[in-house]
Design a protein around this ligand. Structure first.
Ligand code: 5OB
Length: 229
């Protein structure tokens, strides 16, 4: 999968060089390229923002550097990409979104900062690819970078071969609509706390039934919204 990221803080994405995704990049499963939006400016100050038409607080990202960055990135690749702008005003990102996007050959992420990006950038991007505005959740961030880090990790680990043991992908929170069951390892008693005896019983059916029950109990307790749908 090819992933392009456009940001005014490209070094934030250095963290994608470590762990599973870093490995996937060295083995060629993932081709991640990070672009500095300021490289697509032409003035001495490398200006990417300006005051909002109509007045108001804060600054808006200018359309011209975005247009040049998108032309450069999309022009050099054949398929029509999915172009994602993280935004608190977008659709909610879920495991289903991650799964859908993990099947795309090319993703482009545009990280907004300040009060947002000139709206015409989204219209223009729709000429080059399938545009998605995506929110991580109902809270405020200073920019799209941290949201893109989370999305790239959630999507990247679903690409076949990125996670070594594919079985570890299925028994996880949200893959079956429920929260994950609790896990224990040795010692069987730690600081007076016992691991559930059923897990040491060797009875695989009983273990599976107990884990399912724990998933339901936890989900009812912590995330009743998941059981409602
Ligand atoms: N808050 N998801 C939740 C987000 C967000 C803020 C963003 C981008 C995605 O940028 C400011």
């Amino acid at each position: 999968m090819r992933i392009d990221v456009v940001s005014i803080f490209p070094t934030i994405f250095d963290a994608l060089e470590v762990s599973l995704l870093g490995k996937a990049r060295t083995t060629g499963l993932l081709d991640v390229r990070v672009h500095d939006l300021r490289d697509y400016t032409h003035d001495r100050h490398r200006t990417v923002d300006d005051t909002p038409y109509g007045g108001g607080a804060g600054m808006v990202m200018k359309p011209e550097p975005w247009g040049e960055a998108l032309d450069d990135i999309v022009g050099e690749v054949d398929q029509r990409p999915v172009i994602i702008f993280p935004s608190p005003a977008g659709e909610r990102f879920t495991q289903a979104t991650a799964r859908e996007l993990s099947a795309a050959p090319h993703l482009v992420f545009g990280c907004g900062r300040y009060e947002g990006i000139d709206e015409r950038v989204f219209d223009y991007a729709a000429e080059l690819g399938d545009v998605r505005l995506i929110s991580l959740g109902d809270y405020v961030l200073n920019g799209g970078e941290v949201a893109v880090m989370a999305m790239v990790e959630a999507i990247g680990r679903l690409i076949p071969g990125v996670v070594g043991n594919p079985e570890s992908l299925v028994e996880e929170s949200h893959e079956d609509g429920l929260l994950e069951y609790p896990s224990y390892t040795k010692p069987s008693v730690w600081r007076g706390r016992e691991a559930p005896p059923v897990l040491l019983s060797g009875n695989h059916g009983a273990v599976a039934a107990w884990r399912r029950e724990q998933q339901l109990v936890r989900t009812r307790e912590r995330r009743p919204d998941l059981l409602a749908d």
